[in-house]
Design a protein around this ligand. Structure first.
Ligand code: SAH
Length: 324
Protein backbone atom coordinates (compact mmCIF):
# COMPACT_ATOMS: atom_id res chain seq x y z
CA UNK A 1 0.00 0.00 0.00
CA UNK A 2 3.01 2.31 -0.12
CA UNK A 3 4.16 4.52 2.69
CA UNK A 4 1.51 7.25 2.59
CA UNK A 5 -1.07 7.65 5.33
CA UNK A 6 -4.67 8.39 4.40
CA UNK A 7 -6.96 10.66 6.39
CA UNK A 8 -10.69 10.10 6.88
CA UNK A 9 -12.57 12.84 8.69
CA UNK A 10 -14.72 11.09 11.29
CA UNK A 11 -18.24 12.45 11.66
CA UNK A 12 -20.18 10.79 14.49
CA UNK A 13 -23.55 12.16 13.50
CA UNK A 14 -25.90 10.35 15.91
CA UNK A 15 -25.65 8.34 19.13
CA UNK A 16 -29.20 6.98 18.95
CA UNK A 17 -29.14 3.18 18.89
CA UNK A 18 -31.63 0.33 18.93
CA UNK A 19 -29.06 -2.25 20.06
CA UNK A 20 -27.90 -3.07 23.55
CA UNK A 21 -24.32 -4.37 23.09
CA UNK A 22 -23.00 -4.89 26.60
CA UNK A 23 -19.60 -3.22 25.97
CA UNK A 24 -20.86 -0.04 24.31
CA UNK A 25 -21.42 3.28 26.07
CA UNK A 26 -24.24 4.37 23.73
CA UNK A 27 -26.22 1.12 24.14
CA UNK A 28 -29.96 1.54 24.18
CA UNK A 29 -30.34 0.92 27.92
CA UNK A 30 -27.85 3.58 28.95
CA UNK A 31 -30.29 6.26 30.07
CA UNK A 32 -27.44 8.50 31.27
CA UNK A 33 -26.60 9.36 27.63
CA UNK A 34 -28.13 12.47 26.16
CA UNK A 35 -29.17 11.40 22.66
CA UNK A 36 -28.55 13.52 19.59
CA UNK A 37 -28.78 13.39 15.84
CA UNK A 38 -27.20 16.10 13.70
CA UNK A 39 -29.39 17.70 11.05
CA UNK A 40 -28.71 17.06 7.39
CA UNK A 41 -27.31 20.57 7.04
CA UNK A 42 -24.95 20.09 9.99
CA UNK A 43 -23.71 16.80 8.53
CA UNK A 44 -23.14 18.40 5.13
CA UNK A 45 -21.36 21.43 6.62
CA UNK A 46 -19.09 19.16 8.64
CA UNK A 47 -18.30 17.09 5.56
CA UNK A 48 -17.51 20.20 3.52
CA UNK A 49 -15.22 21.40 6.31
CA UNK A 50 -13.34 18.08 5.96
CA UNK A 51 -13.06 18.62 2.19
CA UNK A 52 -11.61 22.10 2.79
CA UNK A 53 -9.05 20.56 5.16
CA UNK A 54 -7.90 18.34 2.31
CA UNK A 55 -9.07 15.11 3.95
CA UNK A 56 -10.37 13.65 0.68
CA UNK A 57 -12.51 11.07 2.46
CA UNK A 58 -14.90 10.97 5.38
CA UNK A 59 -16.56 8.36 7.57
CA UNK A 60 -20.14 8.94 8.63
CA UNK A 61 -20.71 6.87 11.77
CA UNK A 62 -23.63 6.49 14.17
CA UNK A 63 -25.49 4.11 16.42
CA UNK A 64 -27.80 1.75 14.63
CA UNK A 65 -31.28 2.72 13.44
CA UNK A 66 -33.29 1.58 10.47
CA UNK A 67 -36.31 3.86 10.50
CA UNK A 68 -37.25 5.79 7.41
CA UNK A 69 -36.21 9.19 8.67
CA UNK A 70 -32.73 7.91 9.49
CA UNK A 71 -32.28 6.23 6.10
CA UNK A 72 -33.50 9.36 4.27
CA UNK A 73 -31.14 11.54 6.31
CA UNK A 74 -28.19 9.44 5.14
CA UNK A 75 -29.30 9.09 1.52
CA UNK A 76 -30.01 12.83 1.20
CA UNK A 77 -26.88 13.79 3.12
CA UNK A 78 -24.60 11.58 1.02
CA UNK A 79 -26.09 12.83 -2.26
CA UNK A 80 -25.57 16.45 -1.34
CA UNK A 81 -22.09 15.92 0.08
CA UNK A 82 -21.07 14.24 -3.17
CA UNK A 83 -22.41 17.13 -5.24
CA UNK A 84 -21.20 19.97 -3.09
CA UNK A 85 -17.71 18.67 -2.29
CA UNK A 86 -16.60 18.54 -5.93
CA UNK A 87 -13.70 20.88 -6.64
CA UNK A 88 -10.60 21.11 -8.78
CA UNK A 89 -8.67 19.06 -6.21
CA UNK A 90 -11.55 16.60 -5.66
CA UNK A 91 -13.20 16.22 -9.08
CA UNK A 92 -15.37 13.33 -7.88
CA UNK A 93 -16.15 14.86 -4.51
CA UNK A 94 -15.32 13.40 -1.11
CA UNK A 95 -14.94 9.65 -0.73
CA UNK A 96 -17.68 8.55 1.66
CA UNK A 97 -17.53 5.59 4.04
CA UNK A 98 -20.63 4.68 6.01
CA UNK A 99 -20.55 2.96 9.38
CA UNK A 100 -24.21 2.85 10.35
CA UNK A 101 -24.77 -0.80 11.19
CA UNK A 102 -26.87 -3.65 9.88
CA UNK A 103 -29.30 -2.63 7.16
CA UNK A 104 -31.43 -4.35 4.53
CA UNK A 105 -30.19 -5.18 1.05
CA UNK A 106 -32.40 -2.42 -0.36
CA UNK A 107 -31.02 0.14 2.07
CA UNK A 108 -27.41 -0.79 1.29
CA UNK A 109 -28.28 -0.34 -2.41
CA UNK A 110 -29.79 3.09 -1.76
CA UNK A 111 -26.72 4.19 0.21
CA UNK A 112 -24.45 2.99 -2.59
CA UNK A 113 -26.50 4.64 -5.32
CA UNK A 114 -26.47 7.87 -3.32
CA UNK A 115 -22.67 7.89 -3.67
CA UNK A 116 -21.18 6.17 -0.61
CA UNK A 117 -18.54 3.74 -1.83
CA UNK A 118 -17.23 2.15 1.37
CA UNK A 119 -18.93 0.53 4.31
CA UNK A 120 -17.55 -0.48 7.69
CA UNK A 121 -19.21 -3.12 9.82
CA UNK A 122 -17.05 -4.73 12.44
CA UNK A 123 -17.84 -8.34 13.13
CA UNK A 124 -16.67 -7.50 16.72
CA UNK A 125 -15.45 -11.07 17.35
CA UNK A 126 -15.79 -14.25 15.31
CA UNK A 127 -15.84 -16.43 18.45
CA UNK A 128 -19.50 -17.41 18.53
CA UNK A 129 -19.76 -17.91 22.31
CA UNK A 130 -18.17 -14.52 22.97
CA UNK A 131 -20.35 -12.82 20.37
CA UNK A 132 -23.45 -14.27 22.00
CA UNK A 133 -22.28 -13.39 25.48
CA UNK A 134 -21.75 -9.70 24.70
CA UNK A 135 -24.78 -9.12 22.49
CA UNK A 136 -28.45 -9.58 23.15
CA UNK A 137 -30.35 -12.24 21.19
CA UNK A 138 -31.41 -9.63 18.60
CA UNK A 139 -27.85 -9.39 17.27
CA UNK A 140 -26.26 -12.46 15.69
CA UNK A 141 -22.87 -13.23 14.21
CA UNK A 142 -24.57 -14.84 11.24
CA UNK A 143 -26.51 -11.69 10.40
CA UNK A 144 -23.39 -9.57 10.71
CA UNK A 145 -21.60 -11.85 8.21
CA UNK A 146 -24.61 -11.85 5.87
CA UNK A 147 -24.58 -8.04 5.92
CA UNK A 148 -20.88 -8.04 4.92
CA UNK A 149 -21.64 -10.37 2.01
CA UNK A 150 -24.56 -8.18 0.93
CA UNK A 151 -22.42 -5.03 1.01
CA UNK A 152 -19.83 -6.73 -1.15
CA UNK A 153 -22.45 -7.74 -3.71
CA UNK A 154 -23.80 -4.19 -3.68
CA UNK A 155 -20.40 -2.95 -4.82
CA UNK A 156 -19.01 -1.39 -1.64
CA UNK A 157 -15.42 -1.54 -0.55
CA UNK A 158 -16.03 -3.53 2.59
CA UNK A 159 -14.43 -3.06 5.98
CA UNK A 160 -14.69 -5.13 9.10
CA UNK A 161 -12.77 -5.66 12.31
CA UNK A 162 -12.84 -6.78 15.91
CA UNK A 163 -12.28 -5.60 19.44
CA UNK A 164 -9.12 -6.89 21.05
CA UNK A 165 -8.84 -7.94 24.70
CA UNK A 166 -12.48 -8.81 25.29
CA UNK A 167 -12.79 -10.79 28.53
CA UNK A 168 -12.45 -14.48 27.68
CA UNK A 169 -11.02 -13.85 24.19
CA UNK A 170 -8.04 -16.11 23.40
CA UNK A 171 -5.10 -15.77 21.01
CA UNK A 172 -6.69 -18.54 19.01
CA UNK A 173 -9.86 -16.46 18.69
CA UNK A 174 -7.84 -13.51 17.39
CA UNK A 175 -5.99 -15.71 14.91
CA UNK A 176 -9.37 -16.95 13.68
CA UNK A 177 -10.50 -13.34 13.33
CA UNK A 178 -7.63 -12.67 10.92
CA UNK A 179 -8.49 -15.82 8.94
CA UNK A 180 -12.06 -14.55 8.79
CA UNK A 181 -10.90 -11.20 7.35
CA UNK A 182 -9.13 -13.18 4.66
CA UNK A 183 -12.06 -15.48 3.98
CA UNK A 184 -14.55 -12.66 3.64
CA UNK A 185 -12.01 -10.91 1.40
CA UNK A 186 -12.19 -7.61 3.31
CA UNK A 187 -10.79 -4.45 1.74
CA UNK A 188 -10.43 -2.52 4.98
CA UNK A 189 -9.83 -3.40 8.60
CA UNK A 190 -10.54 -1.35 11.73
CA UNK A 191 -9.55 -2.90 15.04
CA UNK A 192 -8.82 -1.59 18.46
CA UNK A 193 -8.56 -2.53 22.10
CA UNK A 194 -11.71 -3.15 24.09
CA UNK A 195 -12.09 -0.40 26.68
CA UNK A 196 -14.55 -0.32 29.56
CA UNK A 197 -17.42 2.17 29.73
CA UNK A 198 -18.62 2.71 33.29
CA UNK A 199 -22.34 2.78 32.44
CA UNK A 200 -22.37 -0.70 30.87
CA UNK A 201 -22.92 -4.18 32.30
CA UNK A 202 -19.25 -4.90 31.57
CA UNK A 203 -18.08 -2.32 34.10
CA UNK A 204 -17.42 -5.31 36.37
CA UNK A 205 -14.39 -6.14 34.21
CA UNK A 206 -12.84 -2.74 34.95
CA UNK A 207 -10.06 -4.01 37.26
CA UNK A 208 -9.22 -7.00 35.08
CA UNK A 209 -8.96 -4.81 31.95
CA UNK A 210 -6.94 -2.13 33.80
CA UNK A 211 -4.47 -4.77 34.93
CA UNK A 212 -4.11 -6.12 31.39
CA UNK A 213 -3.82 -2.66 29.81
CA UNK A 214 -0.25 -2.97 28.50
CA UNK A 215 -0.77 -6.50 27.27
CA UNK A 216 -3.97 -5.52 25.41
CA UNK A 217 -2.23 -2.54 23.85
CA UNK A 218 0.64 -4.67 22.56
CA UNK A 219 -1.81 -7.32 21.39
CA UNK A 220 -3.69 -4.66 19.41
CA UNK A 221 -0.48 -3.55 17.69
CA UNK A 222 0.46 -7.15 16.97
CA UNK A 223 -2.97 -7.72 15.45
CA UNK A 224 -2.34 -4.82 13.07
CA UNK A 225 1.04 -6.24 12.08
CA UNK A 226 -0.25 -9.80 11.65
CA UNK A 227 -3.25 -8.58 9.64
CA UNK A 228 -0.99 -6.52 7.38
CA UNK A 229 1.19 -9.57 6.73
CA UNK A 230 -1.80 -11.85 6.13
CA UNK A 231 -3.92 -9.48 4.00
CA UNK A 232 -1.23 -7.22 2.47
CA UNK A 233 -3.00 -4.79 0.13
CA UNK A 234 -5.88 -3.65 2.37
CA UNK A 235 -6.40 -0.42 4.28
CA UNK A 236 -5.90 -0.77 8.03
CA UNK A 237 -6.89 1.98 10.45
CA UNK A 238 -4.92 3.12 13.46
CA UNK A 239 -7.98 3.66 15.63
CA UNK A 240 -8.68 6.26 18.29
CA UNK A 241 -9.07 3.55 20.93
CA UNK A 242 -5.31 2.86 20.66
CA UNK A 243 -4.62 6.44 21.69
CA UNK A 244 -6.82 6.03 24.74
CA UNK A 245 -4.32 3.58 26.21
CA UNK A 246 -1.16 5.30 25.03
CA UNK A 247 -0.65 8.92 24.01
CA UNK A 248 1.31 7.70 21.00
CA UNK A 249 -1.07 4.84 20.24
CA UNK A 250 -2.11 5.95 16.78
CA UNK A 251 1.42 6.65 15.59
CA UNK A 252 2.40 3.23 16.86
CA UNK A 253 -0.51 1.76 14.93
CA UNK A 254 0.99 3.30 11.78
CA UNK A 255 4.43 1.94 12.63
CA UNK A 256 2.95 -1.54 13.03
CA UNK A 257 1.34 -1.52 9.58
CA UNK A 258 -1.76 0.68 9.63
CA UNK A 259 -2.13 3.25 6.83
CA UNK A 260 -5.36 5.06 7.72
CA UNK A 261 -5.98 7.59 10.46
CA UNK A 262 -9.31 9.19 11.28
CA UNK A 263 -9.12 12.75 12.52
CA UNK A 264 -12.06 13.66 14.71
CA UNK A 265 -14.38 16.01 12.80
CA UNK A 266 -17.58 15.62 14.85
CA UNK A 267 -18.92 19.07 15.82
CA UNK A 268 -17.74 19.90 19.29
CA UNK A 269 -21.16 20.43 20.85
CA UNK A 270 -22.02 16.74 20.44
CA UNK A 271 -18.59 15.18 20.59
CA UNK A 272 -18.74 14.35 24.29
CA UNK A 273 -22.01 12.50 23.72
CA UNK A 274 -20.53 9.86 21.42
CA UNK A 275 -18.64 8.01 24.11
CA UNK A 276 -18.37 4.32 23.33
CA UNK A 277 -15.80 3.82 26.12
CA UNK A 278 -14.29 5.82 28.97
CA UNK A 279 -11.28 8.06 28.38
CA UNK A 280 -11.91 8.83 24.69
CA UNK A 281 -9.24 11.31 23.57
CA UNK A 282 -9.76 14.52 21.57
CA UNK A 283 -13.17 15.24 23.12
CA UNK A 284 -12.33 18.82 24.09
CA UNK A 285 -10.21 19.80 21.12
CA UNK A 286 -11.71 21.59 18.15
CA UNK A 287 -11.75 19.80 14.81
CA UNK A 288 -9.03 22.19 13.63
CA UNK A 289 -6.83 21.26 16.62
CA UNK A 290 -7.28 17.59 15.73
CA UNK A 291 -6.21 18.22 12.14
CA UNK A 292 -2.98 19.96 13.17
CA UNK A 293 -2.20 17.45 15.90
CA UNK A 294 -2.62 14.41 13.67
CA UNK A 295 -0.58 15.93 10.90
CA UNK A 296 2.31 16.27 13.34
CA UNK A 297 1.79 12.77 14.64
CA UNK A 298 2.01 11.27 11.18
CA UNK A 299 5.02 13.39 10.24
CA UNK A 300 6.74 12.08 13.40
CA UNK A 301 6.54 8.55 11.99
CA UNK A 302 8.32 9.65 8.82
CA UNK A 303 5.24 8.97 6.68
CA UNK A 304 3.61 11.45 4.32
CA UNK A 305 -0.10 12.22 4.22
CA UNK A 306 -1.97 11.75 0.95
CA UNK A 307 -4.00 14.96 0.87
CA UNK A 308 -7.17 15.26 -1.25
CA UNK A 309 -7.09 11.59 -2.01
CA UNK A 310 -9.70 8.88 -1.54
CA UNK A 311 -6.96 6.44 -0.65
CA UNK A 312 -8.76 3.35 -1.90
CA UNK A 313 -7.30 -0.04 -0.95
CA UNK A 314 -5.57 -1.82 -3.87
CA UNK A 315 -7.28 -4.99 -2.72
CA UNK A 316 -10.66 -3.78 -3.92
CA UNK A 317 -9.41 -3.38 -7.49
CA UNK A 318 -7.69 -6.75 -7.46
CA UNK A 319 -10.76 -8.42 -6.00
CA UNK A 320 -13.21 -6.90 -8.47
CA UNK A 321 -10.97 -6.71 -11.52
CA UNK A 322 -11.83 -3.02 -11.72
CA UNK A 323 -8.86 -1.02 -12.96
CA UNK A 324 -10.11 2.49 -12.02
N1 SAH B 1 -23.56 1.17 14.77
C1 SAH B 1 -22.39 0.96 13.98
C2 SAH B 1 -21.16 1.61 14.56
C3 SAH B 1 -20.78 1.08 15.90
S1 SAH B 1 -19.63 2.02 16.82
C4 SAH B 1 -22.20 -0.52 13.77
O1 SAH B 1 -22.96 -1.33 14.32
O2 SAH B 1 -21.31 -0.90 13.04
C5 SAH B 1 -18.12 1.50 16.10
C6 SAH B 1 -17.34 0.44 16.82
O3 SAH B 1 -16.93 0.86 18.11
C7 SAH B 1 -18.06 -0.86 17.11
O4 SAH B 1 -18.16 -1.63 15.98
C8 SAH B 1 -17.19 -1.48 18.20
O5 SAH B 1 -16.22 -2.36 17.65
C9 SAH B 1 -16.47 -0.26 18.81
N2 SAH B 1 -16.76 -0.17 20.25
C10 SAH B 1 -17.96 -0.04 20.85
N3 SAH B 1 -17.82 -0.05 22.18
C11 SAH B 1 -16.49 -0.19 22.45
C12 SAH B 1 -15.72 -0.29 23.63
N4 SAH B 1 -16.29 -0.24 24.84
N5 SAH B 1 -14.37 -0.41 23.51
C13 SAH B 1 -13.79 -0.44 22.29
N6 SAH B 1 -14.47 -0.37 21.14
C14 SAH B 1 -15.81 -0.25 21.21
Amino acid sequence: MGSEGYFRGLVEFSNECIFDCSYCGIRKSNTAVERYCLSKDEIIETALWCARQGYGSIVLQSGQQSNREFIELIVGGVQQIKQRSRSSVLPHGLGITLSVGEQSKETYRRFFDAGAHRYLLRVETTAKELFEKFHGPEKTLQRRVTCLETMKKTGFQVGTGVMIGLPGQTLNDLANDILFFKDIDADMIGMGPYLVHHETPMNGYRDEIAERKNEIFQLSLNMIAATRIALKDVNIAATTALQTIDQKGREMGLMYGANVIMPQATPRHVRNKYLLYDGKPCVDESAADCAACLEQRIAATGRAIAWNSWGDPCHFFTRTGNQD
